[in-house]
Write a protein that binds this ligand. Structure first.
Ligand code: NAP
Length: 341
């Protein structure tokens, strides 16, 4: 695919999406991002400009709520030249009042709205890429299958009813059911465009542009930031064992997904390696010695055991399709922390 393509990206202000926008503009793609307000759109344009990028390649449309019926219709009517549609927007927070209204409905309805708008008004669309999650691939907590392989064909067994229980499982269910909706749509409508799905594990790494408010980061980077916060508050940080991928690799994968023929029709399972909170703390201690007095002490015996909680990811197929090497934990953590200093 050439840079003659016009790329639409939903949720352009998101942590992952800003990196995608940056890469798209650097590659010379005309890009249209959906944002929730004019103010957010102008801010993103100004960030691109300040970074010395061709901000004139970026335009935005306001889509306040992806879950509202026909949310993307006007956007695609106004931009009939769109050839690639990247759907990244979805609520990713555990701070919600109502799991169904705040997580499940926007994720699922938002995806249906995007696909229906493409069907009706995206006459030139050739490729669609949807940001799903590892949450759609493997079960967690009660639904975990420790020791069992998770690969590009695996599905989390979570149901809509199970997802209603709390915000954590609500988010997980929202991603699984939204992705199922995509495959059902493709099967029923047999569209002329081709689909790729991106399934990342925990996404770490720096923000695409300078961060003003460093007190709270996006949901997944809080795993790293919370170590610093715990240290400052003399608390013990919550200990994780899970898998990570760097945000720059996630962004790159969205672009390779529509540029490469081999990615069409595929789920791309993005994971570099497992991590523990102790490993992240080690990297910070070694690479940022000035922070040492502020870092928390960790009782490693309290860490959850990997073999009791995690599936074994096999993403050989994805790595082969993408054809680039993923960023390791040290660089991901170093770049995240460096930006916060
Ligand atoms: P993020 O920073 O919270 O970005 C989410 C984006 O979606 C924001 O631009 C947000 O807009 C927009 N959005 C959310 N709800 C919306 C609604 N109802 N109407 C309109 N826009 C809405 O999260 P992220 O980490 O970049 O995640 C991006 C995608 O990757 C999501 O689909 C997420 O599920 C998936 N993912 C993330 C991770 C991870 O570890 N970060 C892992 C796997 C999958 P506002 O900011 O203006 O609200």
């Amino acid at each position: 695919m050439s840079s003659q393509n016009v790329v639409f990206i939903s949720g352009a202000t998101g942590f992952i999406a800003q990196h995608i926008v940056k890469f798209l503009i650097e590659a010379g793609y005309k890009t249209i991002g959906s944002v929730r307000s004019e103010e957010k759109g102008e801010h993103l344009k100004s960030l691109l400009k300040s970074a010395g990028l061709k901000s004139e390649l970026f335009n935005y449309v306001v889509v306040k709520d992806i879950g509202a019926k026909g949310a993307f219709d006007e956007a695609l009517k106004a931009h009939p030249d769109v050839t690639v549609f990247l759907h990244t927007a979805s609520p990713f927070t555990f701070e919600v009042h109502n799991v169904e209204n705040d997580l499940l409905k926007p994720a699922i309805e938002g995806t249906i709205n995007a696909l229906n708008a493409i069907k009706e008004y995206g006459k030139n669309v050739q490729r669609v890429v949807v940001t799903s999650s590892y949450a759609a691939v493997a079960g967690f907590a009660d639904l975990a299958t420790p020791g069992k392989e998770a690969n590009e064909d695996s599905w989390n067994p979570i149901t809509y009813e199970q997802a209603l229980q709390n915000p954590f499982v609500g988010y997980i269910g929202s991603k699984k059911i939204a992705e199922k909706t995509v495959w059902k749509f493709v099967e029923e409508n047999k569209p002329k465009w081709e689909i790729s799905i991106i399934n990342p594990v925990y996404v770490f790494g720096p923000q695409a542009f300078e961060v003003k408010d460093k007190s709270k980061l996006n949901t997944s980077n809080e795993v790293i930031n919370s170590i610093l916060t715990a240290g400052k508050n003399k608390e013990e940080p919550q200990q994780y064992v899970a898998y990570f991928i760097d945000v720059r690799d996630v962004a790159k994968a969205h672009i390779v997904a529509f540029e490469k023929k081999e990615a069409a029709g595929q789920r791309l399972l993005l994971s570099e390696a497992p991590f523990t909170t102790a490993e992240i703390l080690d990297v910070i201690e070694k690479d940022f010695p000035k922070l040492k007095p502020e870092l928390p002490t960790l009782d490693k015996s309290k860490a959850p055991k990997f073999e009791d909680s995690e599936s074994i990811i096999n993403n050989e197929k994805t790595r082969k399709i993408l054809g680039f090497k993923f960023i390791d934990l040290k660089k991901s953590v170093d770049d995240t922390i460096a930006q916060l200093q």
